[in-house]
Write a protein that binds this ligand. Sequence first.
Ligand SMILES: *Cc1c(COP(=O)(O)O)cnc(C)c1O
Length: 426
Amino acid sequence: MYLENSFEKIRKFDPEMAALVENEERRQLESLCLIASENYASPLAAGLEGSVYANKNAEGYPGKRFVAGCELADRVENLAIERIKKLFGCEHVNMQVMSATVGNVAILRALLKPGDTILSMELNQGGHLSHGAGFHLSGQDYKVFHYGLHPETEEIDMEQVERLAREHKPQLIICGASSYPRQIDYRRFGEIARQAGAFMMADIAHPVGLIAAGVIPSPVPHADVVSTSTHKTWRGPRGGGVIMCRAALAKKIDYHVFPGIQGAPKMDMIAARAVLALESLSDEFKAYQRQVYDNAQALADELKKCGLRLVSGGTNTHLILVDVRGLISSGKEAESLLESVGIVVNKNMIPYDPQSPQVTSGIRIGSPALTTRGMMEDDFRAVARLLADTLKSGSDRNKLEDIKARVSEVAARYPMFADKWLAKAK
Ligand SMILES: *Cc1c(COP(=O)(O)O)cnc(C)c1O
């Protein structure tokens, strides 16, 4: 095939770029990635990105293209759609959005008129910028009200959601978050939306893999529209999104993706996602997602034993939010100190954070990436101790050198993608 061995050819033609790729591979192998929104794509699901389908313009939808030669592309897109319908039990699927963020804008365009009202989670309490942040397109044509977390439980304050829905009569209620460690009560959100006469949208970009595998409950029966990315817990290659919706909204959603916001789709990405969806139906994928969940529990438990405070007291997803105050001055400091020993995390606002988003008082971590490498509960407990030791090190050079050596030793034992998770052919 014409792209076979392409990396060898690039190495000869463009050694500068080849070195950047090889060094990135080394960085990913030699460090411990705890970024909750990152993962290592399955080689099966990533294999078709950049394939011959990257050459094909397939503007339009299957059976209704604006260019010729799309018969096979139609079959690819329909295959992806059918598999995702089967996986999630949803009525309609749009595979074409180039990112979940763009998909969210298309959804708002489809469901709302300018001046309509949205009720969504506050960004600095865990929400996503595409849920109506003032600096984002999603926040600019609508009136946006936010719900947040209960100050004591640090879980979503459902009483507040209900009260705000009654008070502001939104046309759309959005649930789903980027840095919220708890499961979301989709049933209750659905009920509140119906009472308010609003559409309910669930953005499952983060926990989608756990949902696909049935490890945690799905919003599909309760939501009018569900949006997601495919590269976080779902473990596909980075990029693009998927929109699922009720059949009654199908036409509107499709129209507002293409031609509303986008031109031609990226067919190689859609082909790759068809493989991802098939892989998601496998026993190996389900076992992986259960392990992601169990590993997050072990990680949270050990961090607490090391004396760290976790927002909401723990997790029942793949994600943990750590309040670092008391051990170190800020999330920013924690992020850079951890990176210096090879533990990769991101600084993150915690609820009612007195610091700015560039500084923060917390870090967000998650189990998907290291689980993909094959690590189990005991490894995660060891990683938790390394993380805690780093934050408690007082930046002592000797201590940090010692931790760094232990991090390298752990990382060196694992490949990027453990064989046990690779789905077998049926
Ligand atoms: C990550 C994320 C998205 C999608 O982000 P992209 O960068 O567009 O892939 C959307 N919503 C939520 C809640 C997210 O966490």
